[in-house]
Design a protein around this ligand. Sequence first.
Ligand SMILES: *[C@@H]1O[C@H](CO)[C@@H](O)[C@H](O)[C@H]1NC(C)=O
Ligand SMILES: *[C@@H]1O[C@H](CO)[C@@H](O)[C@H](O)[C@H]1NC(C)=O
Ligand SMILES: *[C@@H]1O[C@H](CO)[C@@H](O)[C@H](O)[C@H]1NC(C)=O
Ligand SMILES: *[C@@H]1O[C@H](CO)[C@@H](O)[C@H](O)[C@H]1NC(C)=O
Length: 447
Amino acid sequence: MVRCNCGTWILIFLVISPTIFHKSMSELDPRWVAKKRRMSHKVRKIMAVFLPFRFYHAYDNYMTYAFPHDELKPLAKTFTDSLVELGNLKLEHLPQEYHGSALTLVESLSSLVIMGNNTEFERAVLWLSENLTFDVDARINLFECNIRVLGGLVSAHILATDSTNRLVQRNYKNQLLILAEDLGRRFLPAFDTPTGLPYAWINLKYGVMENETTETSTSGCGSLILEMGALSRLAGDPSFESAALRALRKLWSMRSSLNLLGTTLDVETGEWIEYSSGIGAGVDSFYEYLMKAHILFGRDEFWRMFQPAYLAVQKYFRHGAWCKYLYLLFDDSFLVGRNYIFTTEGHPLPVVSAWHERLPETYIPSNWTSVKSKQKAKRASAMSLQVCPATTLKSGHGGQQVESACHILDVRNDHRCLSDEDCGVEASTCRQRSCSIAGYCGRWSFQ
Ligand SMILES: *[C@@H]1O[C@H](CO)[C@@H](O)[C@H](O)[C@H]1NC(C)=O
Ligand SMILES: *[C@@H]1O[C@H](CO)[C@@H](O)[C@H](O)[C@H]1NC(C)=O
Ligand SMILES: *[C@@H]1O[C@H](CO)[C@@H](O)[C@H](O)[C@H]1NC(C)=O
Ligand SMILES: *[C@@H]1O[C@H](CO)[C@@H](O)[C@H](O)[C@H]1NC(C)=O
Protein backbone atom coordinates (compact mmCIF):
# COMPACT_ATOMS: atom_id res chain seq x y z
CA MET A 1 0.00 0.00 0.00
CA VAL A 2 1.31 3.38 -0.82
CA ARG A 3 1.74 5.64 2.11
CA CYS A 4 3.45 8.73 0.85
CA ASN A 5 5.24 10.67 3.46
CA CYS A 6 7.66 12.35 1.20
CA GLY A 7 9.60 14.28 3.83
CA THR A 8 10.39 11.05 5.60
CA TRP A 9 11.38 9.36 2.38
CA ILE A 10 13.90 12.03 1.61
CA LEU A 11 15.37 11.68 5.07
CA ILE A 12 15.47 7.93 4.83
CA PHE A 13 17.08 8.19 1.42
CA LEU A 14 19.82 10.32 2.86
CA VAL A 15 20.80 7.78 5.44
CA ILE A 16 20.74 4.77 3.18
CA SER A 17 24.01 3.64 1.79
CA PRO A 18 24.21 0.29 0.12
CA THR A 19 26.39 -1.84 2.31
CA ILE A 20 27.36 -5.34 2.96
CA PHE A 21 28.69 -7.52 5.70
CA HIS A 22 31.18 -5.29 7.36
CA LYS A 23 33.80 -7.81 8.28
CA SER A 24 34.17 -9.66 5.02
CA MET A 25 34.20 -6.42 3.08
CA SER A 26 36.84 -4.77 5.19
CA GLU A 27 39.11 -7.76 4.68
CA LEU A 28 38.72 -7.37 0.97
CA ASP A 29 38.85 -3.73 0.14
CA PRO A 30 40.48 -1.07 2.30
CA ARG A 31 39.26 1.67 -0.04
CA TRP A 32 35.76 0.61 0.72
CA VAL A 33 36.43 0.88 4.43
CA ALA A 34 37.73 4.41 4.02
CA LYS A 35 34.79 5.34 1.85
CA LYS A 36 32.46 3.83 4.36
CA ARG A 37 34.07 5.77 7.18
CA ARG A 38 33.63 9.01 5.25
CA MET A 39 30.07 8.04 4.47
CA SER A 40 29.36 7.16 8.08
CA HIS A 41 30.78 10.48 9.11
CA LYS A 42 28.52 12.28 6.66
CA VAL A 43 25.53 10.26 7.78
CA ARG A 44 26.31 10.94 11.41
CA LYS A 45 26.51 14.65 10.70
CA ILE A 46 23.09 14.56 9.10
CA MET A 47 21.86 12.48 11.99
CA ALA A 48 23.35 14.83 14.54
CA VAL A 49 22.07 18.08 13.11
CA PHE A 50 19.18 17.63 10.82
CA LEU A 51 17.22 14.58 11.89
CA PRO A 52 16.91 15.29 15.61
CA PHE A 53 15.41 18.69 14.95
CA ARG A 54 12.72 17.23 12.69
CA PHE A 55 12.21 14.22 14.90
CA TYR A 56 11.84 16.04 18.21
CA HIS A 57 9.62 18.67 16.67
CA ALA A 58 7.16 15.93 15.75
CA TYR A 59 7.75 13.75 18.78
CA ASP A 60 7.46 16.44 21.44
CA ASN A 61 4.30 17.85 19.92
CA TYR A 62 2.79 14.39 19.72
CA MET A 63 3.63 13.82 23.38
CA THR A 64 2.17 17.19 24.34
CA TYR A 65 -1.03 17.23 22.32
CA ALA A 66 -1.90 13.66 21.40
CA PHE A 67 -0.28 11.01 23.60
CA PRO A 68 -1.51 8.42 24.58
CA HIS A 69 -3.85 8.62 21.63
CA ASP A 70 -2.66 7.31 18.30
CA GLU A 71 -1.69 10.30 16.21
CA LEU A 72 -1.30 14.04 16.33
CA LYS A 73 -3.46 16.31 14.21
CA PRO A 74 -0.86 19.05 13.93
CA LEU A 75 -3.03 21.96 12.76
CA ALA A 76 -5.83 21.42 15.25
CA LYS A 77 -3.30 20.45 17.96
CA THR A 78 -5.42 17.51 18.87
CA PHE A 79 -5.40 13.77 18.31
CA THR A 80 -6.99 11.01 16.33
CA ASP A 81 -7.20 7.34 17.27
CA SER A 82 -6.15 6.23 13.87
CA LEU A 83 -5.33 2.57 14.45
CA VAL A 84 -9.00 1.73 13.87
CA GLU A 85 -9.20 4.12 10.91
CA LEU A 86 -6.20 2.94 8.91
CA GLY A 87 -7.37 1.40 5.65
CA ASN A 88 -10.99 1.94 6.73
CA LEU A 89 -12.03 4.35 4.00
CA LYS A 90 -15.71 4.35 4.90
CA LEU A 91 -14.94 4.59 8.62
CA GLU A 92 -17.24 1.68 9.40
CA HIS A 93 -17.42 -0.22 12.67
CA LEU A 94 -15.58 2.44 14.62
CA PRO A 95 -15.65 1.42 18.29
CA GLN A 96 -17.11 3.63 20.99
CA GLU A 97 -14.65 2.62 23.64
CA TYR A 98 -11.27 2.93 21.99
CA HIS A 99 -8.94 5.59 23.23
CA GLY A 100 -5.80 4.85 21.30
CA SER A 101 -2.77 2.62 21.64
CA ALA A 102 -0.08 5.29 21.71
CA LEU A 103 0.60 4.30 18.11
CA THR A 104 3.03 7.13 17.40
CA LEU A 105 5.02 6.31 20.52
CA VAL A 106 5.28 2.66 19.44
CA GLU A 107 6.40 3.79 16.00
CA SER A 108 8.98 6.15 17.52
CA LEU A 109 10.72 3.57 19.70
CA SER A 110 13.33 2.51 17.17
CA SER A 111 13.94 6.15 16.22
CA LEU A 112 14.66 7.00 19.86
CA VAL A 113 17.26 4.25 20.04
CA ILE A 114 18.81 5.32 16.74
CA MET A 115 19.00 8.89 18.05
CA GLY A 116 20.69 7.56 21.16
CA ASN A 117 17.97 8.85 23.51
CA ASN A 118 17.99 5.95 25.89
CA THR A 119 16.35 7.86 28.72
CA GLU A 120 13.29 8.63 26.65
CA PHE A 121 13.29 5.13 25.20
CA GLU A 122 13.20 3.61 28.67
CA ARG A 123 10.49 5.97 29.76
CA ALA A 124 8.44 4.93 26.75
CA VAL A 125 9.06 1.22 27.33
CA LEU A 126 7.98 1.52 30.95
CA TRP A 127 4.86 3.43 30.05
CA LEU A 128 3.92 0.94 27.35
CA SER A 129 4.60 -2.11 29.49
CA GLU A 130 2.36 -0.79 32.23
CA ASN A 131 -0.34 0.89 30.19
CA LEU A 132 -0.61 -0.63 26.72
CA THR A 133 -3.19 -3.34 26.23
CA PHE A 134 -4.43 -4.99 23.09
CA ASP A 135 -7.49 -6.38 24.82
CA VAL A 136 -9.61 -3.68 23.24
CA ASP A 137 -12.80 -3.75 21.19
CA ALA A 138 -11.10 -2.40 18.08
CA ARG A 139 -11.46 -3.67 14.52
CA ILE A 140 -8.05 -3.16 12.98
CA ASN A 141 -6.50 -3.73 9.57
CA LEU A 142 -4.14 -6.66 9.90
CA PHE A 143 -1.62 -5.34 7.39
CA GLU A 144 -1.47 -1.87 8.94
CA CYS A 145 -1.34 -3.13 12.50
CA ASN A 146 1.36 -5.61 11.55
CA ILE A 147 3.72 -3.14 9.89
CA ARG A 148 3.19 -0.39 12.44
CA VAL A 149 2.58 -1.91 15.82
CA LEU A 150 4.00 -5.42 15.62
CA GLY A 151 6.95 -4.22 13.54
CA GLY A 152 7.56 -1.32 15.92
CA LEU A 153 7.53 -3.53 19.00
CA VAL A 154 9.68 -6.31 17.54
CA SER A 155 12.26 -3.91 16.16
CA ALA A 156 12.45 -1.92 19.39
CA HIS A 157 12.81 -5.12 21.40
CA ILE A 158 15.78 -6.18 19.30
CA LEU A 159 17.40 -2.77 19.69
CA ALA A 160 16.72 -2.74 23.43
CA THR A 161 18.39 -6.11 23.95
CA ASP A 162 21.34 -5.37 21.70
CA SER A 163 24.33 -5.19 24.00
CA THR A 164 26.22 -2.88 21.66
CA ASN A 165 23.99 0.11 22.00
CA ARG A 166 24.64 0.98 25.59
CA LEU A 167 21.07 0.87 26.81
CA VAL A 168 20.60 0.85 30.50
CA GLN A 169 19.20 -2.62 30.64
CA ARG A 170 18.16 -2.95 34.21
CA ASN A 171 14.60 -1.85 33.57
CA TYR A 172 14.16 -3.85 30.42
CA LYS A 173 12.62 -7.24 31.02
CA ASN A 174 11.39 -8.12 27.54
CA GLN A 175 8.24 -6.04 28.01
CA LEU A 176 8.06 -5.16 24.31
CA LEU A 177 8.42 -8.77 23.26
CA ILE A 178 5.64 -9.78 25.65
CA LEU A 179 3.41 -7.11 24.11
CA ALA A 180 4.36 -8.22 20.60
CA GLU A 181 3.58 -11.83 21.37
CA ASP A 182 0.21 -10.88 22.80
CA LEU A 183 -0.56 -8.89 19.67
CA GLY A 184 0.66 -11.68 17.39
CA ARG A 185 -1.68 -14.12 19.10
CA ARG A 186 -4.59 -11.79 18.43
CA PHE A 187 -3.68 -11.84 14.73
CA LEU A 188 -3.86 -15.63 14.44
CA PRO A 189 -7.67 -16.04 14.24
CA ALA A 190 -7.59 -13.95 11.04
CA PHE A 191 -5.69 -16.82 9.36
CA ASP A 192 -8.32 -19.37 10.30
CA THR A 193 -9.79 -19.61 6.79
CA PRO A 194 -10.10 -22.55 4.38
CA THR A 195 -7.24 -21.10 2.32
CA GLY A 196 -4.97 -19.89 5.11
CA LEU A 197 -5.21 -16.42 3.59
CA PRO A 198 -5.94 -13.95 6.40
CA TYR A 199 -8.94 -11.68 6.72
CA ALA A 200 -8.02 -8.06 6.16
CA TRP A 201 -9.81 -7.03 9.35
CA ILE A 202 -9.84 -8.43 12.82
CA ASN A 203 -11.18 -7.27 16.15
CA LEU A 204 -8.35 -7.38 18.67
CA LYS A 205 -10.65 -8.51 21.45
CA TYR A 206 -13.25 -10.64 19.69
CA GLY A 207 -11.47 -12.00 16.62
CA VAL A 208 -13.04 -11.99 13.16
CA MET A 209 -16.37 -10.16 13.29
CA GLU A 210 -19.64 -11.52 12.01
CA ASN A 211 -20.23 -10.77 8.31
CA GLU A 212 -16.68 -9.50 7.99
CA THR A 213 -15.62 -8.79 4.41
CA THR A 214 -13.69 -11.65 2.82
CA GLU A 215 -11.99 -9.31 0.39
CA THR A 216 -8.36 -8.44 0.95
CA SER A 217 -5.38 -7.24 -1.03
CA THR A 218 -2.26 -8.96 -2.27
CA SER A 219 -0.17 -6.90 0.16
CA GLY A 220 -2.56 -7.81 2.96
CA CYS A 221 -1.71 -11.50 2.51
CA GLY A 222 1.83 -11.23 1.29
CA SER A 223 3.52 -8.64 3.51
CA LEU A 224 3.43 -10.21 6.94
CA ILE A 225 6.43 -12.50 6.89
CA LEU A 226 9.12 -10.09 8.12
CA GLU A 227 7.37 -9.07 11.33
CA MET A 228 5.71 -12.39 12.08
CA GLY A 229 8.83 -14.33 11.15
CA ALA A 230 10.97 -12.16 13.42
CA LEU A 231 8.42 -12.56 16.22
CA SER A 232 8.53 -16.34 15.90
CA ARG A 233 12.32 -16.39 16.07
CA LEU A 234 12.37 -14.13 19.13
CA ALA A 235 9.51 -15.77 21.00
CA GLY A 236 10.52 -19.32 20.08
CA ASP A 237 7.02 -20.01 18.85
CA PRO A 238 6.74 -20.98 15.17
CA SER A 239 2.99 -20.34 14.88
CA PHE A 240 3.32 -16.71 13.71
CA GLU A 241 5.85 -17.47 10.99
CA SER A 242 3.91 -20.57 9.88
CA ALA A 243 0.69 -18.62 9.48
CA ALA A 244 2.38 -15.90 7.44
CA LEU A 245 4.29 -18.42 5.33
CA ARG A 246 1.22 -20.50 4.62
CA ALA A 247 -0.62 -17.40 3.43
CA LEU A 248 2.32 -16.35 1.28
CA ARG A 249 2.63 -19.78 -0.34
CA LYS A 250 -1.09 -19.88 -1.06
CA LEU A 251 -0.93 -16.41 -2.58
CA TRP A 252 2.01 -17.41 -4.77
CA SER A 253 0.10 -20.50 -5.93
CA MET A 254 -2.60 -18.15 -7.23
CA ARG A 255 -0.26 -16.45 -9.74
CA SER A 256 -1.14 -16.59 -13.41
CA SER A 257 0.82 -18.57 -15.99
CA LEU A 258 2.67 -15.29 -16.64
CA ASN A 259 3.76 -15.16 -12.96
CA LEU A 260 1.56 -12.12 -12.34
CA LEU A 261 -0.76 -11.61 -9.38
CA GLY A 262 -4.03 -9.75 -9.15
CA THR A 263 -4.75 -6.94 -6.74
CA THR A 264 -7.59 -8.12 -4.50
CA LEU A 265 -8.86 -11.57 -3.60
CA ASP A 266 -11.33 -13.51 -1.51
CA VAL A 267 -9.83 -15.22 1.54
CA GLU A 268 -12.59 -17.85 1.82
CA THR A 269 -12.55 -19.05 -1.81
CA GLY A 270 -8.96 -18.17 -2.71
CA GLU A 271 -10.11 -16.53 -5.93
CA TRP A 272 -9.12 -13.23 -7.40
CA ILE A 273 -11.65 -10.41 -7.20
CA GLU A 274 -9.59 -7.81 -9.03
CA TYR A 275 -7.59 -9.59 -11.70
CA SER A 276 -5.62 -6.65 -12.96
CA SER A 277 -2.02 -6.71 -11.93
CA GLY A 278 0.22 -3.89 -10.86
CA ILE A 279 3.00 -2.75 -8.61
CA GLY A 280 1.14 0.09 -6.92
CA ALA A 281 -1.15 0.32 -3.93
CA GLY A 282 -2.22 -3.03 -2.57
CA VAL A 283 0.59 -4.99 -4.19
CA ASP A 284 3.92 -3.20 -3.88
CA SER A 285 4.98 -4.51 -0.50
CA PHE A 286 4.35 -8.08 -1.64
CA TYR A 287 7.39 -7.83 -3.92
CA GLU A 288 9.30 -5.89 -1.31
CA TYR A 289 8.76 -8.48 1.41
CA LEU A 290 9.74 -11.42 -0.80
CA MET A 291 13.15 -9.97 -1.36
CA LYS A 292 13.65 -8.68 2.17
CA ALA A 293 12.54 -12.04 3.59
CA HIS A 294 15.17 -13.66 1.40
CA ILE A 295 17.80 -11.41 2.93
CA LEU A 296 16.54 -11.66 6.51
CA PHE A 297 15.95 -15.39 6.64
CA GLY A 298 18.39 -16.50 3.94
CA ARG A 299 15.86 -18.87 2.50
CA ASP A 300 15.95 -19.67 -1.20
CA GLU A 301 12.20 -20.21 -1.31
CA PHE A 302 11.66 -16.44 -1.10
CA TRP A 303 14.10 -15.75 -3.91
CA ARG A 304 12.47 -18.43 -6.02
CA MET A 305 9.23 -16.47 -5.69
CA PHE A 306 10.77 -13.03 -6.03
CA GLN A 307 12.81 -13.65 -9.14
CA PRO A 308 10.05 -14.91 -11.49
CA ALA A 309 7.64 -12.34 -10.06
CA TYR A 310 10.15 -9.60 -10.69
CA LEU A 311 11.05 -10.81 -14.16
CA ALA A 312 7.35 -10.85 -15.02
CA VAL A 313 7.10 -7.24 -13.88
CA GLN A 314 10.07 -6.29 -16.05
CA LYS A 315 8.55 -8.07 -18.97
CA TYR A 316 4.90 -7.10 -18.83
CA PHE A 317 4.90 -3.71 -17.13
CA ARG A 318 7.17 -1.10 -18.47
CA HIS A 319 9.28 0.20 -15.65
CA GLY A 320 8.24 2.88 -13.23
CA ALA A 321 9.55 4.41 -10.05
CA TRP A 322 9.01 1.53 -7.71
CA CYS A 323 12.48 1.24 -6.35
CA LYS A 324 11.89 3.24 -3.22
CA TYR A 325 11.11 0.20 -1.15
CA LEU A 326 13.91 -1.81 -2.61
CA TYR A 327 16.45 0.84 -1.71
CA LEU A 328 15.36 0.56 1.88
CA LEU A 329 17.41 -2.53 2.31
CA PHE A 330 20.45 -1.84 4.34
CA ASP A 331 21.83 0.71 6.66
CA ASP A 332 24.42 -0.11 9.21
CA SER A 333 25.65 3.39 9.79
CA PHE A 334 24.06 3.84 13.18
CA LEU A 335 25.19 0.54 14.60
CA VAL A 336 28.48 -0.24 12.98
CA GLY A 337 29.20 -3.83 12.15
CA ARG A 338 25.62 -4.84 11.59
CA ASN A 339 23.33 -4.93 8.62
CA TYR A 340 19.69 -4.11 8.85
CA ILE A 341 16.76 -4.37 6.58
CA PHE A 342 13.98 -1.90 7.06
CA THR A 343 10.39 -3.06 7.08
CA THR A 344 7.98 -1.20 4.86
CA GLU A 345 7.25 1.09 7.80
CA GLY A 346 10.95 1.83 8.31
CA HIS A 347 11.52 -0.33 11.39
CA PRO A 348 15.00 -1.85 11.34
CA LEU A 349 15.52 -5.60 11.76
CA PRO A 350 19.08 -6.90 11.98
CA VAL A 351 20.38 -9.45 9.52
CA VAL A 352 21.88 -12.10 11.79
CA SER A 353 23.36 -15.38 10.70
CA ALA A 354 21.50 -17.24 13.45
CA TRP A 355 18.27 -16.60 11.51
CA HIS A 356 19.81 -17.63 8.24
CA GLU A 357 19.55 -20.81 6.32
CA ARG A 358 22.14 -19.72 3.80
CA LEU A 359 23.83 -16.51 2.82
CA PRO A 360 22.45 -15.14 -0.44
CA GLU A 361 25.07 -15.10 -3.21
CA THR A 362 24.44 -11.46 -3.84
CA TYR A 363 25.93 -10.71 -0.43
CA ILE A 364 29.37 -11.70 -1.61
CA PRO A 365 31.35 -8.44 -1.79
CA SER A 366 33.36 -9.49 -4.84
CA ASN A 367 30.06 -9.56 -6.64
CA TRP A 368 29.68 -5.84 -6.15
CA THR A 369 30.05 -3.64 -9.13
CA SER A 370 30.97 -0.02 -9.52
CA VAL A 371 28.31 1.78 -11.46
CA LYS A 372 28.59 5.01 -13.31
CA SER A 373 26.22 7.82 -12.71
CA LYS A 374 26.68 11.09 -14.58
CA GLN A 375 29.71 12.44 -12.80
CA LYS A 376 30.88 10.00 -10.24
CA ALA A 377 31.06 6.29 -9.80
CA LYS A 378 28.72 4.89 -7.18
CA ARG A 379 28.78 1.53 -5.57
CA ALA A 380 25.78 -0.65 -5.89
CA SER A 381 25.23 -4.12 -4.62
CA ALA A 382 24.60 -6.90 -7.04
CA MET A 383 21.19 -7.06 -5.43
CA SER A 384 20.26 -3.52 -6.38
CA LEU A 385 21.81 -4.12 -9.78
CA GLN A 386 19.37 -6.90 -10.33
CA VAL A 387 16.32 -5.09 -9.19
CA CYS A 388 16.44 -1.35 -9.69
CA PRO A 389 15.65 0.15 -13.06
CA ALA A 390 16.40 3.82 -13.68
CA THR A 391 13.81 6.27 -12.59
CA THR A 392 12.59 7.98 -15.69
CA LEU A 393 14.36 11.24 -16.35
CA LYS A 394 12.18 14.31 -16.41
CA SER A 395 12.56 15.92 -19.80
CA GLY A 396 11.56 19.40 -18.71
CA HIS A 397 8.47 19.75 -20.84
CA GLY A 398 6.18 20.68 -17.97
CA GLY A 399 5.19 17.08 -17.42
CA GLN A 400 3.84 16.70 -20.94
CA GLN A 401 4.84 13.55 -22.73
CA VAL A 402 6.16 14.59 -26.10
CA GLU A 403 5.86 12.26 -29.04
CA SER A 404 9.28 11.81 -30.38
CA ALA A 405 10.87 11.11 -33.71
CA CYS A 406 13.75 9.35 -32.01
CA HIS A 407 11.81 6.31 -30.88
CA ILE A 408 13.34 3.05 -32.07
CA LEU A 409 11.75 -0.26 -31.28
CA ASP A 410 13.59 -3.05 -29.51
CA VAL A 411 14.81 -5.77 -31.84
CA ARG A 412 12.43 -8.29 -30.35
CA ASN A 413 8.79 -7.76 -29.51
CA ASP A 414 9.14 -9.43 -26.12
CA HIS A 415 11.87 -6.94 -25.14
CA ARG A 416 14.32 -9.75 -24.40
CA CYS A 417 17.93 -8.99 -25.21
CA LEU A 418 21.43 -10.37 -25.12
CA SER A 419 23.21 -7.05 -25.43
CA ASP A 420 22.47 -3.32 -25.62
CA GLU A 421 22.41 -3.55 -29.41
CA ASP A 422 19.12 -5.43 -29.18
CA CYS A 423 17.49 -2.46 -27.47
CA GLY A 424 16.15 0.61 -29.20
CA VAL A 425 15.69 4.23 -28.16
CA GLU A 426 13.06 5.47 -25.76
CA ALA A 427 10.51 7.89 -27.14
CA SER A 428 10.14 10.22 -24.18
CA THR A 429 13.82 10.85 -23.42
CA CYS A 430 15.50 9.91 -26.70
CA ARG A 431 17.88 7.82 -24.69
CA GLN A 432 19.28 4.50 -25.70
CA ARG A 433 17.74 1.60 -23.82
CA SER A 434 20.11 -0.99 -22.45
CA CYS A 435 19.98 -4.67 -21.67
CA SER A 436 19.58 -5.56 -17.98
CA ILE A 437 21.39 -8.52 -16.50
CA ALA A 438 18.03 -10.23 -16.35
CA GLY A 439 17.92 -9.86 -20.14
CA TYR A 440 15.29 -7.18 -20.71
CA CYS A 441 15.53 -3.88 -22.55
CA GLY A 442 14.86 -0.78 -20.50
CA ARG A 443 16.30 2.48 -19.21
CA TRP A 444 18.28 0.86 -16.43
CA SER A 445 20.39 3.14 -14.31
CA PHE A 446 23.01 0.60 -13.36
CA GLN A 447 24.89 -0.76 -16.30
C1 LIG B 1 15.33 12.75 24.83
O1 LIG B 1 14.00 13.10 24.51
C2 LIG B 1 13.38 13.96 25.43
C3 LIG B 1 11.93 14.16 24.96
O2 LIG B 1 11.90 14.73 23.71
C4 LIG B 1 14.14 15.27 25.52
O3 LIG B 1 13.54 16.12 26.49
C5 LIG B 1 15.58 14.99 25.87
O4 LIG B 1 16.32 16.20 25.84
C6 LIG B 1 16.18 14.00 24.91
N1 LIG B 1 17.53 13.66 25.34
C7 LIG B 1 18.56 13.70 24.54
C8 LIG B 1 19.85 13.26 25.14
O5 LIG B 1 18.48 14.04 23.38
C1 LIG C 1 0.55 4.49 33.14
O1 LIG C 1 -0.45 5.47 32.93
C2 LIG C 1 -0.83 6.17 34.10
C3 LIG C 1 -1.99 7.08 33.72
O2 LIG C 1 -1.64 7.90 32.65
C4 LIG C 1 0.34 6.91 34.66
O3 LIG C 1 0.00 7.56 35.85
C5 LIG C 1 1.48 5.94 34.95
O4 LIG C 1 2.61 6.64 35.37
C6 LIG C 1 1.79 5.15 33.68
N1 LIG C 1 2.85 4.18 33.94
C7 LIG C 1 4.12 4.41 33.65
C8 LIG C 1 5.09 3.32 33.99
O5 LIG C 1 4.50 5.43 33.10
C1 LIG D 1 -25.05 -10.81 9.06
O1 LIG D 1 -25.74 -11.09 7.85
C2 LIG D 1 -26.99 -11.73 8.03
C3 LIG D 1 -27.55 -12.07 6.66
O2 LIG D 1 -27.37 -11.02 5.75
C4 LIG D 1 -27.92 -10.79 8.82
O3 LIG D 1 -29.18 -11.42 9.05
C5 LIG D 1 -27.27 -10.46 10.17
O4 LIG D 1 -28.05 -9.51 10.85
C6 LIG D 1 -25.87 -9.89 9.95
N1 LIG D 1 -25.22 -9.71 11.24
C7 LIG D 1 -24.63 -8.57 11.61
C8 LIG D 1 -24.02 -8.55 12.96
O5 LIG D 1 -24.61 -7.58 10.88
C1 LIG E 1 27.95 -13.53 -8.31
O1 LIG E 1 26.62 -13.95 -8.15
C2 LIG E 1 26.22 -14.95 -9.07
C3 LIG E 1 24.76 -15.24 -8.82
O2 LIG E 1 24.04 -14.10 -8.64
C4 LIG E 1 27.09 -16.18 -8.92
O3 LIG E 1 26.70 -17.16 -9.86
C5 LIG E 1 28.53 -15.82 -9.09
O4 LIG E 1 29.33 -16.94 -8.82
C6 LIG E 1 28.92 -14.68 -8.18
N1 LIG E 1 30.26 -14.25 -8.51
C7 LIG E 1 31.18 -14.08 -7.59
C8 LIG E 1 32.51 -13.59 -8.09
O5 LIG E 1 30.99 -14.27 -6.41
